[in-house]
Design a protein around this ligand. Structure first.
Ligand SMILES: [Zn+2]
Length: 483
């Protein structure tokens, strides 16, 4: 039970991650569960502002690679939804249907928008000159989850970006899949500091309607993996179903080749909070924190005006540097203010009181290291560098955490040990095509873990035999527990 209190956290992250996560979302005012509909949460300003910054960074990266934004309707007519047979089979159990309105088509709340976009693509694409077509939308989507839901991690409504791309050739589509992995690397890893494994999913675990799927798996502190951006090579399955054709340079009609890519911003926020946070709360990377620097005035009745006016000077200077900053001049004590903003994860804090004013040196608190330094009032432009250093340290720390998690295993017992120790086992495996499914079922039943897939951006040569069935190993796969 989460204690309702404005106080700090009552559990340590390493001792009880699940409770830590619930408390941090609640006490830092990221989400509120009191809306009381299973799988649907209210995201409060602190969470929403962080997400807005994440969206901006992500969309900029997509646009720099030739994607353009658009917005599609939330509802999808049943007849569209049913056009691609494996897609309809895969997604139907997860669809929220709107009660039929008399005389109109039955409508689905989008669980993903292939079948919305592609109806229009068949109208928009005529010639090879219309290709490539690369569009994305930011959207909320709806999936009827039957498993236990967790705020931001597994929800019935979540916030994402979906990019839908069309190409003239299969090779171009394959290149797009690799580009998507690089986008994930640039944004999620380099900017947000979250390392991931881009894994090609086994045949039995791919997106409904795709030739193949690459999921980006991120480790949570409890040793379970969470799927972050996935990218799908759709080949011509949907273009045939939706009749998306173009005339090539010789005037021949051809079906386009398609890919789609879906980073879920709300879920990435969950990883970001979980990965970087500590026993005092969230640590927001400087690049996405809703407030990057919080100024805390430390005053008495006598010097209040003087201190506040000094804070305002610092505020004006910092805002002119393009950094988001606020002054907390509320009635709370400085100690209370420190605790609140540490809980919310503001990366830098400036303390300004009599001592700082007379020395011309402000006290600077750095959230991730919890160090206090001083910074001269004439050197405030250095704050940006302090912020960038935080992001670099968070990323390095996360990388080290992830590196230690992967262990190469040679026996079934070693796999079991790895999984029990909350790690990812790297093993030789027969196949991620249909014929490997029996071995995957064995792993799931005996070890409580799943075959996550093979590295998608690196060719890892398999040697020897499958640890499970002893047939020649075709693949090196990663095995772990997943959310
Ligand atoms: Zn096998």
């Amino acid at each position: 039970m989460v204690q309702k209190s404005s106080e700090g956290l009552t559990v340590k992250k390493d001792e009880n991650f699940s409770e830590w996560y619930s408390q941090v979302l609640d006490k830092a005012e990221v989400t509120d569960l009191r809306y009381s509909v299973k799988g649907f949460v209210v995201i409060r300003p602190w969470g929403a502002m962080a997400m807005e910054n994440m969206y901006k960074i992500y969309e900029k990266a997509l646009q720099s690679r030739g994607h353009k934004p658009c917005f599609f309707p939330t509802v999808i007519p049943e007849k569209n939804f049913k056009k691609e047979s494996s897609h309809v089979k895969g997604f139907t159990p997860e669809v929220f249907w709107l009660e039929k309105i008399k005389g109109e088509d039955k409508l689905a709340l989008r669980p993903t928008s292939e079948t919305a976009f592609y109806q229009m693509y068949s109208l928009w694409i005529r010639s090879h000159r219309d290709l490539p077509l690369k569009l994305y939308q930011r959207a909320n989507i709806f999936r009827y989850e039957t498993k236990a839901t967790r705020p931001l991690i597994r929800a019935r409504e979540f916030y994402w970006i979906e990019a839908h791309d069309c190409f003239a050739t299969k090779e171009q589509a394959e290149a797009q899949v690799q580009e998507d992995i690089r986008t994930t690397e640039e944004v999620m890893h380099q900017k947000f500091g979250i390392p991931f494994l881009p894994l090609k999913r086994p045949e039995w675990d791919k997106f409904a309607g795709a030739d193949y799927t690459i999921g980006s798996d991120v480790m949570m502190p409890d040793g379970k993996l969470i799927q972050q951006p996935s990218t799908h090579h759709l080949a011509q399955h949907f273009s045939r179903a939706f009749n998306i054709k173009f005339k090539d340079e010789k005037g021949r009609e051809q079906y386009v080749w398609q890919t789609c890519y879906g980073p879920a911003i709300s879920r990435i926020l969950a990883s970001l909070i979980s990965m970087h946070g500590d026993d005092s709360g969230i640590i927001m990377p400087f690049c996405i924190s809703p407030i990057q620097i919080m100024i805390i005035p430390i005053f008495t009745k006598e010097n209040k005006n003087k201190v506040i006016s000094e804070c305002k000077k610092a505020f004006d200077k910092i805002i002119s540097l393009g950094i988001s900053v606020e002054i907390d001049d509320s009635e709370k004590s400085p100690g209370e203010k420190f605790n609140i903003w540490e809980l919310k994860g503001v990366p830098l804090r400036l303390e300004i009181g009599e001592k700082e004013i007379s020395s011309g040196k402000l006290t600077l608190f750095i959230r991730d290291t919890k160090n206090k330094e001083t910074i001269e009032t004439k050197n405030l432009e250095k704050l940006k560098k302090y912020g960038e250093d935080i992001d670099e340290r968070l990323r390095d720390k996360a990388d080290k955490f992830m590196d230690k998690k992967i262990v190469s295993c040679k026996t079934k017992q070693e796999i079991k040990n790895a999984i029990e120790n909350k790690k990812i086992a790297r093993i030789s495996f027969c196949s991620i095509d249909k014929e490997g499914e029996k071995c995957a079922e064995y792993v799931e039943k005996e070890m409580g873990a799943i075959i996550l897939g093979t590295l998608a951006n690196k060719n890892e040569r398999a040697s020897g035999s499958c640890i499970i069935c002893s047939k020649p190993a075709k693949e090196v796969v990663y095995v772990g527990k997943s959310y």
